[in-house]
Ligand binder design. Sequence first.
Ligand code: ADP
Ligand code: ZN
Length: 622
Amino acid sequence: MKLSWKNILLWSLPIIVISFFLWQVVFTPVTNENKTSLTNSRMTYGRFLEYIEMGWVKKVDIYDNGHTAVIEAIGPEIGNRIQKIRVELPASAPELIIKLKKNHIDLNAHPTKNNTALWSLLGNLFFPLLLVTSLALLFRRSNNATGGPGQAMSFGKSKALFQIEAKTGIVFDDVAGIDEAKEEFEEIVTFLKKPEYFTAVGAKIPKGVLLVGPPGTGKTLLAKAIAGEANVPFFSISGSEFVEMFVGVGASRVRDLFKKAKENAPCIIFIDEIDAVGRQRGTGIGGGNDEREQTLNQLLTEMDGFEGNTGIIVVAATNRADILDSALLRPGRFDRQVNVDIPDFKGRLAILNVHAKNKKIDINLSLSIIARRTPGFSGADLANLLNEAAILTARERKNQITLQEIDKAIDRIIAGMEGTALIDSKSKRLIAYHEVGHAIVGTLLKDHENVQKVTLIPRGQARGLTWFTPSEDQSLISRSQIKARIMGALGGRAAEEIVFGESEITTGASNDLQQVTSMARQMVTKFGMSNIGPMSLENEESNPFLGRGMGNTSEYSDEIAIKIDTQIKEIVDECHIKTIDIIKTNRVIIDKLVDILIEKETIDGSEFISIIKQYTKVPQKI
Ligand code: ADP
Ligand code: ZN
């Protein structure tokens, strides 16, 4: 090898890097201003402000001449435990300091040391160097490795692979509203406790149970409850964690997981989001995902590998059983499926009862009122609702949760954080007309739900909102109800058109129009509510993810496709004309309501209806 400068430089790089690295390690405690080492999690500035609002921020440390903050916060999104999070601050954020003061949050500003220049220079050098050398190391490793890419790195063993809870502390009483699923599991608990009952008569207990249901319905909770009731350890891992960057890691994790589980049998293995690894193989665009396939194969091998009676029960959760590889569902694997659904009224009440136990709730507030107001909420939503309400109560220095806090919390969960209203302007007027348009059309249609509230206070993405009282039974909806909903949704745009003219209509209706189109399409293709007749023309399940069955997605002819489009347009046009009509005939009331709304910013349902009643007849809703 020729001794050129280039070579010397090349070979000295790793040494420089390693010595610098050591230096860094040695000196870091002294220069602990090095905030990057504190935390990897980040949060946007906007979210940070919301966290302050919610009272979730405990401490704020400011670095970098006010460019960066490291906060200590606790909140439901970050697992309800105190975590350090990094926030990039905007160039000037005067309101922040005021906000922090107002909320009595501990604030600490860390002056920048004089040696920053040196540090940042070294830092700037360090990262590229580190990158170059680690890449070089990586290449060498993988070139030397003979066992193929699987051995490139043995991260599979060194990282924390899965969570183990020796005692979950969860019992069946903590799980409410999903009684059928619970019953299924009671048998499994008996098996784990008294396997001899079953083995004596030669019975084999299922190895795998698949829990199918939307997120937040208590699948994890239920799996933990089995472990808790049977008093056995709980191993858990999420399917998405399997799918790693390095090929082979997923499979080795599965192996390790089952090995550990066998050492600790009887026990429960819980695999969340199993669809991340378990979807049908060899589909997907550009060939299958090797990593996923290997992981899945390993999982199948492991499940075949142990006898049914070793006392390991694998519980997996997904919200899409239809996309799972059929090999997973074969006898001896996940041969039992248990459905867990979004709770109905009774279920919601039962779940609220569980979560209200440790909360102070006004005795005049019956939980059934809350259950009635929350159709469509999952168990997790309900738990979150009571928690949000408790936070609001504490912030207002009250000692009991009342309906007021519950209402606020429901609004927040459905539509996001409240913002501040616009000052009076043309766009505020336009939003007011848009919302009143929705509300009045809804009110005047017999088949539409009643207005609960109209507001100009923005929330989440929306700049104004109209709330309708949800009806309890959402499962059977008539044709005239869907049409009424389409008209209600068109009400906002129709009001813009009539009041401001065709050329002034805004993008504000885009979400409404999406809903309108989707409702109309479903009427035609799903519910047989058009001239095409009682046919189901769209089978959502048949194309669960891209790539599968590509090329034969539509099960109808082009002729029918044209008919579908015509029918959809017909429905929407008819509803649009009727909606415009309602807006035109009630223009005087609308103007009046808009004035009131601009002044008060929120009108609640009963007031809204009583104002309309002064001018016209409001149909009795069923
Ligand atoms: P999933 O696994 O279905 O996404 P989880 O079991 O993680 O849902 O539910 C999250 C939280 O929501 C639970 O820890 C619990 O507090 C609450 N929860 C959800 N469903 C129920 C239920 N049926 N009964 C009581 N609490 C529930
Ligand atoms: Zn709208």
